[in-house]
Design a protein around this ligand. Structure first.
Ligand SMILES: [Zn+2]
Length: 473
């Protein structure tokens, strides 16, 4: 087996920074400590760098067919996951939606096979309990997927025709999740409020993509969070809220926490690093910014930072759903309709930028220390989503290591990123701190932001454990 000694770095966990060498044997970390004996290991000098656990993005949509079936994201499993590795993310948890007339279990097994043959990161999958697959038989299949296949988190939609489920289904689904120790996740927006807001915009002829943000009131997010919380409490289940974007939603999470309810929640870099009311976000780029929940006004960003600081937001995922502004020949319609947000496919790229953006805006600008950064992008995602071999640099764990160079600077540009998307919502942002090299299960997979070697199909499916509730800290 190949042995590698990373010498001279500083190990960062969610609680401390420690000067130590790190020894990798095969796919695992076997020792950490000062002055480790190299023996026959290849020594890599990482003096001056921080060693971080490989990033974990529990919210990606690679090779994703939109619900209507009308189009597909630009990134397939290969391009999306290579972008992830170049940015320091070694594990993703993507989603599986059952197409019409396919059961969720069959859809899951098929998508897992497809990913396994083409993905470059390690990966898990969250099954989606959509309107079509939320009857009793489907819920029983979800339970089997949790206990037999380690798919221990399920996504429920509280908005969007075709996806949205009612309180009855949420209640039954949450109870079924609690029975097997699975984690119910919710897209928390009140679907009726969103549909109403969009209908009013359409009636007024306000369909320019800059108006998209007004179709998703923050109050709709807060209402859905409070309702999901009440249902989870009634069902005796855990709850995880994905992509929290609104100030009202943060307020709701703080209230619920103060009442003693334990709810996990994620936010995304685009909700602190991009703004719908920025002057340059017009025309095609405004279509590029269309995602749901929306990128909101700049004034909203402080509330998200406050949610992170108050620990009601626990993880940073990207909701990476990459489309292009220009239309490539080999892809179905991308963000080519620039004058009507109701016809623009929703989603933004970001899987490669996640660590650099959150480090720059969070750590460099003094909002939280490097330990909390590790917590948000790796440690807490591993804990909450049952990735037991990931999320920390301890002996016995998978050797997923990011050699982070705090002295390196870089200006983010879409043309230098690896997503097939052709724009970046952080275009022009200068970051201080980049991944110098990235190791996934002991293999060097990226160096100086570029992939190393043949990576397609080298990612391994992760059987995830059932949830262990994380106490409010
Ligand atoms: Zn999503």
């Amino acid at each position: 087996m190949t042995r590698t000694l990373l010498r001279g770095g500083t190990l960062v966990s969610s609680v401390e920074e420690t000067r130590a060498d790190l020894l990798i044997d095969g796919e695992r970390i076997v020792a950490v400590g000062l002055e480790l004996d190299a023996g026959d290991a290849t020594v890599v000098d990482v003096t001056g760098c921080a060693l971080l656990p490989g990033g974990i993005d529990t919210h990606t949509h690679f090779e994703h067919m939109v619900a209507s079936g009308a189009t597909r994201t630009a990134d397939d499993f290969t391009s999306g996951s290579i972008a992830a590795l170049c940015g320091g993310t070694t594990t993703v948890v993507d989603f599986v939606r059952a197409p019409a007339d396919t059961g969720i279990r069959d859809a899951f097994l098929r998508r897992r096979d497809r990913a396994a043959e083409s993905i470059a990161t390690d990966f898990g999958l969250h099954p989606m309990a959509t309107a079509a697959v939320s009857d009793a038989a489907s819920i029983a299949e979800l339970q089997r997927l949790a206990t037999e296949e380690g798919a221990t988190s399920w996504k429920f939609f509280m908005a969007y025709p075709g996806s949205m489920v009612g309180d009855d289904v949420l209640l039954a689904g949450f109870r079924a999740a609690a029975e097997v120790g699975a984690l119910p996740m919710v897209h928390a927006e009140n679907g009726h409020m969103v549909a109403d807001a969009i209908a009013r915009l359409v009636a007024d002829g306000r369909v320019d993509p800059t108006q998209h943000v007004h179709g998703h009131p923050g109050a709709a997010e807060a209402e859905a969070i409070q309702r999901a919380a009440a249902l989870a409490k009634h069902a005796g289940s855990e709850l995880f809220v994905v992509h929290v974007s609104a100030a009202e939603a943060v307020d709701a999470l703080v209230r619920l926490r103060d009442e003693g309810q334990r709810i996990g929640a994620e936010t995304c870099p685009q909700y602190v690093g991009a703004a719908a009311d920025a002057a340059h976000v017009t025309g095609a780029l405004a279509a590029g910014f269309v995602c749901s929940p929306p990128i909101r006004e700049a004034a909203n960003q402080e509330a998200i930072w406050r949610g992170i600081e108050q620990r009601v937001l626990h993880t940073i995922g990207t909701d990476h759903a990459a489309f292009t502004l220009a239309q490539p020949e080999d892809l179905p319609p991308q963000k080519v309709v620039h004058d009507d947000f109701t016809r623009v496919p929703n989603g933004v790229p970001g899987v490669e930028e996640r660590l650099m953006v959150m480090h720059e805006l969070g750590v460099r600008r003094g909002r939280f220390p490097l330990t909390r950064f590790v917590d948000l992008v790796a440690a807490e995602p591993a804990r909450r989503f049952g990735l037991e071999r990931k999320g920390s640099l301890a002996p016995g764990k998978d050797a997923d290591v990011v050699v982070w160079d705090p002295a390196a600077t870089r200006t983010l540009r879409a043309s230098e990123l690896h997503s097939r998307s052709d724009y970046c919502v952080y275009e022009g942002l200068e970051v201080h701190g980049t991944p110098r090299s990235v190791w996934r299960r002991g293999t060097l997979v990226a160096e100086h932001g570029e992939p190393v070697g043949e990576l397609a199909g080298t990612g391994a499916y992760q059987y995830r454990s059932t949830t262990t509730p994380t106490e409010a800290r």
